[in-house]
Design a protein around this ligand. Sequence first.
Ligand SMILES: NC(=O)c1ccc[n+]([C@@H]2O[C@H](COP(=O)([O-])OP(=O)(O)OC[C@H]3O[C@@H](n4cnc5c(N)ncnc54)[C@H](OP(=O)(O)O)[C@@H]3O)[C@@H](O)[C@H]2O)c1
Length: 328
Amino acid sequence: MEAQFCCCEMFLCVLGLLALWFLFRWYRELATVPNKEDKYVYITGCDSGFGKLLAKHLDKLGFRVIAACYTEKGEDELKKVSSDRLNTVHLDVVSTHSVDKATAFIKSLVGEKGLWALVNNAGISVPSGPCDWMTIEDYKPMLDVNLGGLIAVTLSVLPLIKKARGRVVNVASVFGRLSAFGGPYCVSKFGVEAFNDSLRMNMTAFGVKVLCIEPGFFKTSVTDINLLRLNILTLWNKQPEEIKEQYGDDYPERANAMLKKNVLNWLDADLMKVVNCMTHAISAVHPRTRYSPGWDAKFVWLPLSYMPSWLSDKVLIPKVAQPKVAVH
Ligand SMILES: NC(=O)c1ccc[n+]([C@@H]2O[C@H](COP(=O)([O-])OP(=O)(O)OC[C@H]3O[C@@H](n4cnc5c(N)ncnc54)[C@H](OP(=O)(O)O)[C@@H]3O)[C@@H](O)[C@H]2O)c1
């Protein structure tokens, strides 16, 4: 009876300490940096999705936003709905000329103050599919955008960020923590995580903070079901007969059905969950090292990433369509 009482007391004590810790963390994270109107924030990939929403949100909060868009249409649309504090700039992250031109523009804008924050958001999600469907040429374009482009943009403005003792916010993914499907996407996001971590350690001495956003599934262009379906069909049509025989003629339909069941049903339409994390990373005095917006990220993908591989494989393999010749 006494032992049971002791256990109960211990449990309540741990619960109390946990509650205190969360309360302390919540309070500590409330403080925001002063003088937002003097702080320049450079965001890549502002044509749509998280980038566009973040640009509009930070503009409303009073930051000086430099929204980099891939298209002229993206720039025009943003200008129409924002204050004249917001600047747009054309940026293709894989073109050295474009990256340098954008950096020169930013340098002329920020002057001696430097750049307060860079948000590396631009990214693409196709081609994605089984690894044995791919050639190295299928991997390269996505690695160039999601990883090479992110590194190139960061290094080009890093001196300006050091000047401001500012921040780099890298948009990775839960699939930078857990590789759940084939192709270059997870490879690129694991790379982003690695670059993020080494940069964070290297920049501590300069007072520069490096923060990582790892969203779950959200409803944007990169998770558009039509884009993903077309991606499967395009890859399938390029496959040799040997692969088609191994996977079975009905593979594209089976893959689409799995996609609908396991991706479409998970999509969260509330993009503000991600934008609020990005905003906190930019504006909080004490930002978090990592943010995992989305219930699926918090309660499925991240816990699964800590599990032993045999267990995560058991969960993940049945979630994608299997080849006809699968050995069980
Ligand atoms: N949505 C999700 O579920 C999810 C989950 C985890 C991580 N993420 C990551 O979140 C980031 C933003 O994606 P999103 O979901 O908001 O999708 P999105 O709406 O497609 O945003 C991606 C942006 O990147 C731009 N972009 C593509 N190629 C570029 C290039 N070469 N140079 C410069 N910009 C380029 C796109 O321009 P165009 O629109 O003109 O092509 C678009 O504005 C990506 O890094 C993505 O991997 C998304």
